[in-house]
Design a protein around this ligand. Structure first.
Ligand code: GDP
Ligand code: MG
Length: 296
């Protein structure tokens, strides 16, 4: 390996919904983590490994930092803080199409206490015009001390090459931490459960998305055919939510299953037979045992 090879851990942090997970997938050029227009979509701290000839960057997608309302919310904030302790570079994502406010300022202040250099990223530039972007850049600049300020669109990929180059610039020299074919540190079961949960987020509203947790029970390859059987449970907090997820005559559950199956097939590169069950676990978001069981 050459002596100038660089590597390191890069945490992607910011308020909920600023586009952190969308950014991670765009950087990886493939879908690894789930995204949605609902806050609290990301609940795990997921490492995604990007290889270049001169560097290995380990991006850490994190839950959005927010004011917690329950035990789950507190755990998510703790995850972000623990991610920040182990990183070489921080990418702080702000939504340029929204008012830059106290939530962003609060995070910026925490980040400036760290030793790691911070790159400020203004995302969603596709949603605003040039003049507004310049004004937003001025406001964002005053949030704290940043090594670089880069405006991007995670959705259509604008300026991501610049972001990657600047990130590598700030990485220390180091070894490859992961083999070339590894894209994430998470087991397949976790990624698949996330894909199912994303479809629930896509298709349901109000309190249902926040009340759902998915657990993959088993993944097994058939011996006679090139098919992988996946069994998963969708847990909700109330009977009424169970009814919504199943839908009239099972229609909703079928739709969730179909959409998830396509994405799981893309991920695993083989045909999938997906079985989904819905179960009620009362008030799981405030229950220590379940939160731990689900890996949150
Ligand atoms: P996170 O909570 O920060 O991880 O945000 P997500 O990645 O889940 O994205 C939140 C919402 O913003 C989703 O609806 C995304 O499609 C949308 N989004 C993310 N990046 C962009 C972008 O660059 N442009 C636009 N127009 N939408 C974006
Ligand atoms: Mg996210």
């Amino acid at each position: 390996m050459n002596d100038n090879f660089k590597s390191g851990f890069v945490a992607i942090v910011g308020r909920p919904n600023t586009g952190k997970s969308t950014l991670v997938n765009s950087l990886m050029k493939q879908k690894v983590v789930i995204t949605s227009d609902k806050p609290q979509t990301t609940r795990h701290k997921i490492r995604c490994i990007l290889n270049r000839p001169d560097a290995q960057i380990i991006f850490i997608d994190t839950p959005g930092l927010h004011k917690p309302h329950d035990l789950l919310g507190e755990r998510l904030n703790e995850k972000v803080r623990s991610a920040l302790k182990e990183v070489d570079v921080v990418i702080f994502v702000v939504d340029a199409s929204q008012v830059i406010g106290r939530g962003d300022a609060f995070i910026a202040k925490e980040l400036n206490k760290l030793n790691a250099p911070v790159i400020l990223v203004l995302n969603k530039t596709d949603k605003i015009n040039h003049a507004d972007l310049s004004a937003q850049e001025e406001i964002a600049r005053d949030l704290g001390q940043f090594k670089k300020i880069i405006s991007i669109s995670a959705l259509n990929g604008d300026n991501l090459n610049v972001l990657i180059d600047e990130t590598v610039e700030l990485l220390p020299k180091g070894p490859k931490y992961y083999p070339d074919d590894t894209i994430t540190d998470q087991p397949e079961k976790v990624i698949i459960a996330e894909f199912v949960r994303e479809k629930v987020l896509e298709l349901t509203r109000e309190e249902v998305p926040y009340s759902v947790v998915v657990k993959v029970e088993s993944i097994s390859k058939r011996t006679d055919k090139d098919i992988v059987d996946v069994e998963a449970y969708i847990f909700v907090e109330k009977d009424s939510q169970k009814g919504i997820i199943i839908g009239k005559g099972g229609k909703m559950l079928k739709e969730i299953g179909q959409r998830a199956r396509e994405e799981i097939e893309n991920l695993l590169g083989s045909q999938i037979f997906l079985s989904l069950w819905v179960k009620v676990k009362k008030k799981w978001r405030s229950r220590e045992d379940i939160i731990r069981e689900m890996g949150y």
